[in-house]
Ligand binder design. Structure first.
Ligand code: TYD
Ligand code: MG
Length: 452
């Protein structure tokens, strides 16, 4: 017998507490604790189990062909080669970023393959969905639409219709009437997702869940569900810009950290087949502070421009700002430049930007950040046909990095002629990269290459 017990959850981060707290110790949010009845939910989930024990061999071939292409190759890539039948996929993102558009285009692609797709919309009416479909110029006459938010009805419909793919737009709008809390609350979110998980596994139906990320920077809702689903994708980008990045965060059937690139056009999302070209399209040539690096996004090298602006601070208290780069990492590079390359750069105002809205968090971009800082500081242009790749260590050494060959190939494909890269990696690479390699082992050497 499961005893009913009251617990409190933080709506923002899922922090659990036996008593109500004004401020969540997990994420620091105020007034976000919500009461739940623990025992009842646990009992409900338990009763659903009823499967037989099987051996691995008895399960037949592990068949990758069970993946279904969505017709959007960028989405397929992030999924690890398409949708896996019977999986539960969560697509999170800010409101208005294009989640509904993305899944609707995927629905079109699936339909073209003869798949039965059920689009459950709790946010838009069937007419609104139709208007979107018309705008997308995707033919999907057979798309099944259900404007419903009651989980029990949805489950019954899925049982009756037996679709291949179910889209739930959005998980925050569906609810179970048995639970007293409102749609979008922690218990509703968890219960509905658990129900959909059962639907997916039992009927071998692929379920795509859409989850809104609410409040600035803080992921509420989708975050709570990450552990329950097979695959988590986040759709990012800022609404002022055209581009959107689809990022894999968790994937039980493929690699994470793959990205898909799209632009939002008046007729829907367009895939970006050649991201490096697109990211470098507006690069200013002969401008001090601009340096190009090759960063790996999943298995794909991306050429990205890094821009720095270093100016003498006029007030004594300098400013540091970075977009798309880790500010702590930038501060570290500034300190190393000061200490080991003899630059009096630390008390300047420093602004650094990874152009194109990408986030570069791998250390392999350090050398390019350093080069752009020095270039701006000395007001000297770095040759536009040179790539900078490498990690900077605290003693001023340039450290080796993974996937150098792929990065260099992308560079030569995009017309770059030279690359400044860690000597540690380059010795074994000579002649195979398609461009001239300058191996460096210290930051000082790299700085010399950048601005002399
Ligand atoms: P939507 O898919 O509704 O976002 P979400 O489901 O994530 O809330 O898309 C919202 C925005 O995209 C909206 O501001 C309009 C824009 N948009 C276009 O620019 N082109 C299009 O073809 C479509 C369908 C939407
Ligand atoms: Mg939507």
């Amino acid at each position: 017998m499961v005893r009913e017990k009251t617990v409190f959850f933080c709506v923002e981060c899922g922090y659990e507490s036996p008593k109500w707290l004004g401020r969540c110790p997990g994420c620091g949010a105020w007034n976000r604790m919500e009461e739940e009845l623990r025992g009842r939910q646990a009992a409900q989930i338990k009763t659903a189990a009823g499967s037989a024990v099987e051996t691995l061999a008895g399960l037949g071939e592990a068949d990758d062909a069970l993946r279904i292409s969505t017709g959007l190759s960028e989405l397929d890539r992030v999924l690890g080669g398409g949708l896996v039948a019977g999986s539960l996929i969560l697509i999170g993102g800010d409101p208005g970023i294009g989640k509904s558009t993305l899944v609707m285009q995927a629905a079109g692609g699936l339909e073209a393959l003869g798949k039965k797709v059920l689009y459950v919309s709790g946010e838009e009416s069937p007419r609104q969905l139709k208007m979107r479909a018309a705008r997308l110029q995707v033919e999907m006459p057979g798309l099944l639409i259900l404007a419903e938010t009651d989980m029990n009805v949805i489950e019954a419909q899925v049982e009756a219709i037996r679709p291949d793919v179910v889209i739930i737009d959005s998980i925050q709008t569906v609810y179970r009437p048995e639970l007293t809390s409102a749609a979008g609350s922690v218990s509703q979110l968890r219960e509905s997702t658990a129900a959909l998980l059962r639907v997916a596994k039992r009927g071998n139906v692929t379920v795509l869940l859409i989850g809104h990320v609410t409040k600035e920077g803080l992921i509420a809702g989708p975050r709570l569900l990450e552990h329950m689903v097979d695959c988590v994708l986040y759709f990012e980008g800022d609404r002022q810009h055209l581009y959107r990045i689809l990022r894999g965060v968790k994937n039980r059937f493929g690699s994470t950290h793959e990205v898909g690139l799209f632009t939002m056009e008046s007729f829907g999302l367009q895939e970006v087949a050649n991201p490096s070209e697109w990211l470098l399209a507006q690069r200013p040539l002969h401008a001090a502070g601009s340096v190009v690096t090759a960063s790996m996004e999943g298995t794909r090298p991306l050429l990205v421009e890094i821009q720095a602006l270093v100016s003498v601070s006029s007030f004594g208290n300098f400013r540091r700002l970075s977009t798309g780069l880790d500010l702590n990492r930038v501060s570290l590079i500034l300190a190393v430049l000061e200490k080991h390359a003899g630059l009096h750069i630390q008390d300047c105002d420093v602004f650094v930007n990874a152009v194109g809205g990408v986030r570069l968090l791998e250390p392999a971009v350090d050398l390019a950040v350093a080069a752009s800082l020095v270039s701006s500081f000395r007001d000297r242009v770095v040759a536009g046909d040179t790539l900078f790749i490498g990690e900077v260590g605290l003693t001023g050494e340039v450290r080796g990095i993974p996937f150098l060959e792929q990065r260099l190939h992308e560079g030569s494909r995009m017309g770059f002629k030279r690359a400044v890269a860690p000597k540690y990696n380059t010795d074994s690479l000579r002649g195979r990269a398609g461009l001239e390699i300058i191996g460096v082992s210290t930051l000082e050497e790299a700085v010399r290459e950048a601005t002399d």
